[in-house]
Structures are given as structure tokens and as C-alpha cells.
Design a protein around this ligand. Structure first.
Ligand code: ZN
Length: 339
């Protein structure tokens, strides 16, 4: 049982004990570098082929190893460095999300870590979500949810949760409790609501109370779901956008903070939509991408100054350019930034 969290979540009514089983769905893992951690996909709590153990995706092609096929850039795409063809995702029969509100919960530390706002800590996530949901880019996933109209996904309510850091990492159960708190107040529960919970620099988040797999040593972000007394909750954890080992290569359209945040938001949003419970769309081949979801397949890293950085594609999304990873497109059997 995770320890009762010492950190003060203002007005928190949910507790870990009230929550049902929490099933890990996905983590956008930290890659190597100074942390010495391989890129890993965790599929805990459910049996994918080969069991639920962490699997290193060492078969993933790195820069220069993949086919260097000239792309024909689509409208608004200014940089399309490399087309890659991992392998298709398959449908495993589970729930997908055809429409949803995306809610942002910002964990704002008190003065221990100095002032922090959603813009200074994460680079305007509300705008990033709006730019995603109104873009052509998001329609790559229409094929997985069998729906194509625009405006199916929208920015929902955003919340600021001011708290006093205690030095203890948050756990997944804590994150679920935070989401539960706001969902219980608003009534925004079920598959029509996706929550992203943002943590500030210096605040570690670990999957469980053993504190072995954390943003400080293991993952950049992950999405998850939980069955609770108020209903099903879909959520992700989001690190500060410039967390070392989780950043987009520079220079990028908006710099490391905004583009790395955007990349993590896009990654977890698109995977929460296409595989909210780990039972819908993921790769089932045995060629190095087993268990990868639609965004995992299109994360390509290289090393710079001893740290892994992600190779971006720069494209126009609704109101500005972003330098982010693409997403897997079964219809084209490739990573693309447009349907
Ligand atoms: Zn992922």
C-alpha cells in the first residue's frame, strides 16, 4: 500500500484507499544518457505477450539506421527529417475514446521551489492542448476510433493545485487521488474525460511506493486509468517540459520547454484516446516494438551531450509551429504528421 502522502493537496477528498485497482497502461520512458536507463515500455497489470515485464525496445532504429526516404511534406510541415516504418498497431478489442474533454491539472509548488505558473513551468499547456485538438495532426488517429468529424476533442476545465513539496515522490495512487478529487467535484468522469496532471521541476513522481521507477530515473510521462467509486478515470502524468532526458532536440520551433511539453501532451493524449486501458491499439509483433502504442512507435532519440534527445518534426498546428514527434499511421504504414 502506498504510504499516505505527506504532501498537502488542498481540498483533497479522495484517498488511495478509495480507489480501485490501478492498471498501468504506458510510460513514455526516459532513454539512456546519464541515467543509464534503456528505453523501456512497461505493461504492468495486464498480460501482453510474454507477460507483464518491462521490455527494452532495443530493436528500435536510431537516427541514420532507418530508411532515409524523401518525404513529400504536407501542408504546414516544414521539417520532415525522416520517414520511418516501424510496424502497424493492431486492435485488441478494448475501449477507445471517440470524443473527450482534456483537462489540465497543474501542481504548483509553494515558495520552496519558487514561483511557478503553467506558462513558466510547462509552457502554456492549455494552448498546446487547444492547438492539438483543432489540428489536422490529431486526425491521424481517426482510423483507430472510427470517427472523423472535427472538434470531437476539446480543452476542458483546467485546475491549479497549489501544494507544499515534502521531498517525497508522488506515486501513481497519489495522482489517481488528485484526479479523483477534481472529477468528483465536477462530475467529469468516464471515457469522455482525459486528465493530464503536471508536476513542476524538482518534484519526482514514481509509479509505486517502492520509488524505483520515477520521472527522475525511468519515465518521462505515462497514461493510465483507474476504476473508482465515482467511475472510470483516464489520466496521465506530465513532467516539466525541460526534464533532462525527455526533451526535444534543439533548436526547435518554441525551444525545449514548450516543444517538449507539447510532445509529451500529444504523446499521452493520442495514446489515451487510442488505448485508454491498454486493451485497444498497440503493436503486437515480435520485432522490437511489442506493446508499443501509436506514439511510442514514433519516438526516435539520439544522444547529445550524454543525454537522449528526441528527434522532432516541425509542423504547423492550428496557431503556431511545433517541433514534436509524429504518430503511427496504419493507413500509411509509417509515422506521419497528417492523415
Ligand atoms: Zn507511449
Amino acid at each position: 500500500m502506498p504510504s499516505v502522502y505527506a504532501l498537502v493537496v488542498i481540498g483533497l477528498v479522495g484517498t488511495a484507499e478509495q480507489l480501485g485497482e490501478v492498471t498501468a497502461v504506458d510510460r513514455q520512458a526516459v532513454l539512456g544518457g546519464a541515467r543509464g536507463v534503456p528505453r523501456v515500455k512497461i505493461a504492468a497489470g495486464k498480460a501482453r505477450v510474454g507477460g507483464g515485464d518491462p521490455r527494452a525496445l532495443s530493436g528500435r532504429a536510431g537516427p541514420g539506421a532507418a530508411a532515409s526516404v524523401p518525404a513529400s511534406p504536407g501542408a504546414g510541415i516544414v521539417s520532415y527529417p525522416r520517414v520511418r516504418f516501424p510496424s502497424d498497431v493492431v486492435y485488441n478489442g478494448g475501449q477507445v475514446i471517440r470524443s473527450a474533454q482534456i483537462h489540465n491539472i497543474f501542481m504548483i509548488p509553494t515558495s520552496v521551489y519558487g514561483p511557478c505558473t503553467p506558462a513558466s513551468c510547462w509552457g502554456e499547456p492549455d494552448r498546446i492542448v487547444r492547438d492539438l485538438v483543432e489540428s489536422d495532426f490529431i486526425h491521424v488517429i481517426d482510423q483507430y476510433v472510427a470517427s472523423s468529424p472535427g472538434h470531437r476533442y476539446t480543452l476542458g476545465r483546467s485546475y491549479i493545485n497549489q501544494y507544499t513539496p515534502s521531498g517525497t515522490p508522488f506515486t501513481d495512487a497519489d495522482v489517481a487521488a488528485i484526479v479523483h478529487h477534481y472529477a468528483a467535484i465536477s462530475g467529469d468522469v468516464g471515457y469522455g474525460h482525459i486528465y493530464h496532471v503536471y508536476f513542476p521541476p524538482g518534484q519526482d513522481v514514481c509509479f509505486d511506493s517502492s520509488f524505483s521507477q520515477c520521472t527522475s530515473n525511468y519515465f518521462c510521462a505515462y497514461h493510465n486509468s483507474a476504476d473508482t467509486d465515482i467511475g472510470h478515470l483516464i489520466y496521465s502524468i506530465q513532467p516539466p517540459g525541460d526534464l533532462p532526458g525527455c526533451t526535444m532536440a534543439q533548436p526547435s520551433a518554441n525551444g525545449p520547454l514548450i516543444d517538449s511539453t507539447a510532445d509529451a501532451i500529444f504523446h499521452e493524449s493520442l495514446e489515451a484516446i487510442t488505448d485508454p486501458d491498454g486493451t485497444a491499439w498497440w503493436n503486437s509483433d515480435n520485432a522490437g516494438s511489442l506493446g508499443s502504442e501509436v506514439a511510442d512507435l514514433c519516438d526516435f532519440f539520439f544522444f547529445e551531450g550524454g543525454l537522449a534527445v528526441e528527434e522532432p518534426t516541425t509542423l504547423w498546428l492550428t496557431t503556431r509551429f511545433y517541433s514534436v514527434a509524429m504518430v503511427y499511421n496504419n493507413a500509411r504504414h509509417a509515422c506521419t504528421a497528417e492523415p
